[in-house]
Design a protein around this ligand. Structure first.
Ligand code: FMN
Length: 306
């Protein structure tokens, strides 16, 4: 029997595969494809404190090997999430990660404290790619803003905090170091890459918001490199995200140094993708002669044996 469990900040995940925030809903439709209880962890689409609409349409544009989205995180707000979504997530079995986004330091504190007090989450993930409304740029793009947001959430909650980092920075591994110093218990990387498309029929930007986030296999080599470059700079675990479509991709991220992986865009292509990734990793671990999946973590950093 292969031991597929991994540990993130003292929380044991039955296996290292989870959805990436915003790409998988726990609802009747998805439960029809495979039981979400098979996942290593569950996560919601990021919630804000107050209800808000998303960006104007069109919000999705297909690109070679991926997609651009400018959904803009429509949110039903904290209150409705606590009443309706969180109990369903909690009832399914796997550890629950609640993804939050604050527009100000006070919102990070309020959200983190409320999730903590709900007693229904195991970890909190900070979507640091949302804008700091007081300063007009995204939290994850500035070391000081990043450190302040992470510290605010860490102080407000007893639960472990995961910092989800943006690749739209000079050096994401340095941002991981900043998040670690501010008290994060894990980092997840990467969120989407900033991009755009132009509709040549209308001769205007294709997305209603003009820019969008590029995701899917197109970003995988860059996301993988982010994990590889960060692994030896921090002590806290990394959740690897970016273009994972198959178990082979997931194994690459584990070898690069990720303790767990999240599948995003591929869930729209194949709603059973995560189940295939879990089973495929287990088969690989067994064929390679290991007894536990955690033996793979970071192996690509070891010097080549003769
Ligand atoms: C339609 C869509 C919605 C997303 N919504 C969120 C979100 O609410 N919060 C978040 O942290 N990331 C969000 N993301 C980013 C994903 O969680 C993930 O970081 C990104 O898609 C890269 O992984 P992938 O290439 O496997 O899709 C979203 C991505 C997509 C495609």
């Amino acid at each position: 029997m292969i031991d597929m469990s991994v540990e993130i900040a003292g929380v044991t995940l039955p296996n290292p595969v989870m959805p990436a925030s915003g790409t998988y809903e726990v609802d009747d439709l998805h439960e029809g494809f495979f039981p979400p209880s098979e996942l290593g962890a569950l996560i919601n689409k990021t919630i804000f404190l107050h209800p808000r609409p998303g960006n104007p349409p069109p919000r999705i544009w297909e690109t070679p090997c991926g997609m651009l989205n400018s959904i803009g995180i429509p949110s039903e707000g904290l209150h409705k999430f606590l009443e309706e979504k969180l109990p369903r997530l909690r009832s399914l079995g796997p550890p629950v990660i609640v993804s939050i986004a604050g527009n100000s330091l006070q919102e990070w504190r309020d959200l983190a404290a409320a999730i903590d007090e709900s007693g229904s989450a195991d970890m909190i993930e900070l979507d640091l790619s949302c804008p700091n409304l007081e300063q007009g740029f995204i939290w994850a793009s500035d070391p000081q803003a990043l450190a302040e947001a992470v510290a605010a959430a860490v102080e407000a909650a007893k639960l472990p905090v995961i910092s989800k980092l943006s690749p739209n920075v000079r050096d994401i591994s340095e941002m991981a170091v900043v998040a670690e110093r501010a008290g994060t218990a894990a980092v997840s990387m990467v969120n989407s890459y900033l991009g755009m498309a132009i509709d040549i029929r209308t001769r205007r930007p294709a997305l209603g918001n003009i820019t969008g986030g590029l995701t899917g296999p197109a970003i995988r080599p860059m996301a993988l490199y982010s994990v590889f470059a960060t692994f030896q700079k921090i002590q806290v675990p990394i959740i690897g995200i970016g273009g994972i479509a198959t178990w082979r991709d997931a194994v690459e991220f584990l070898l690069a140094g990720a303790t767990a992986v999240a599948v995003g865009t591929q869930n729209f292509v194949d709603p059973t993708a995560m189940r295939k990734v879990i089973n495929g990793i287990a088969g690989y671990v067994e064929r390679a002669g290991f007894s536990a999946v955690r033996e793979l973590i970071g192996l690509a950093h070891q010097p080549q044996s003769a």
